[in-house]
Design a protein around this ligand. Sequence first.
Ligand code: C2E
Ligand code: CA
Ligand code: CA
Length: 385
Amino acid sequence: MQSYSERFDAGELIFSEGDAPTGAFLIESGRIEISTTQFGEHRVLGELGPGMLIGEMAVIDESPRTATARAITPCQLTRIDATQFAERLATADPVVRALLLSQLTRYRSALAKLTGGNDTASANMHGAHDDAHAIGKIRLESELRAAIERKELEVRLQPIEEIETGHIAGYEALVRWTHPRRGDVSPAEFIRLAEETSLIVPIGDYVLERVCDMLVEFRRRGRKPLPFIALNVSARQLDDPGFVDRIIAHLHERELPPQRLKLEITESLVLDQARIAALLTRCHAVGMPVALDDFGTGFSNLGPLLTLDFDQIKLDASFVRALDRPRGVAVVGVVVAMTRALDCDLIAEGVETREQREILHRLGCRYAQGWLVGRPTTFEQALDR
Ligand code: C2E
Ligand code: CA
Ligand code: CA
């Protein structure tokens, strides 16, 4: 078996230009000279010492060594297996990986020009598809950034009906992006991208401001009772310690009742119970309701409900679709009973047919949201309902 700690004597060769990449080294002690042959002549590229890595480039892109490493003094090196880098690289953010590989490619072709050698890196374009995907993401991110600045995002409202009375009790705010070339980009795609970066913060602030202005406009038009508007909140926004304060400040500024703005927290975020408990305390202190979104999907676990007192639960559309089977009806019936016992309201999402609404009504579900009630519309259209 190969030893992970290796000793080299002064003058000894560690690897040579053109060698296959077997691994990288961390220099523990001693000094190493990195050199290359430039148009047939020996050229020193640099000298490296303790704490530095050598040979990592060849390991990253699996190209032959582009330089020679030789111990100047006696050296102690720790060998780093190629798979150690490969595993990390494989799980790294694809954008970071694309950046790294692009830098490496550029460095290698510059080196090739300098030494009169072969441009091995350009030939070694493995992972090109992966790069294209990452580059696409970078481009979309830049475009999204510009769209935010130019206020090209639009906030639509989808009505939520009280089933018993047929009255529109409120709306869910859903953001839309009309891309100049691609047309409508689904929030499912760009919200995920925004969540990977800090872009979700300005988007969230923009949606918040629009929603507050819409509430003001509903009030000005004399809409009574004032409908509520629900806002989707993502993980990064919750990380922001000033988040709830900003919401409260916006409401105060416009003298809006906090009961009319509702936050929706998706079920997967509830895994971090302490954080959500703090948010609930904070919101309830000012009278702002909080809904548990997408209930029943993926992370289904009743544990959080033991401690977290949500005001509303939004039943995921997959359960509504299951209402055409006795099993689905049985499960939804149990969810209705549970929410009633917990003293919170239930909103069924994705209600598309009269039959679904009829069954939900019979089971005792209070609210329905979905195409049957109305698609997400512009604010002007919502004013007319
Ligand atoms: P969500 O919170 O579960 O929103 C409900 C989604 O279901 C919306 O998709 C809505 O258009 C769609 N929908 C409503 N009724 C029906 C129906 O009857 N049938 C079907 N098939 N679909 C229906 P949308 O607008 O594409 O939004 C997707 C997700 O993007 C939302 O899921 C939410 O998680 C996220 N999102 C949207 N706007 C925002 C936002 O402003 N901030 C954040 N953080 N996330 C947002
Ligand atoms: Ca939602
Ligand atoms: Ca939902």
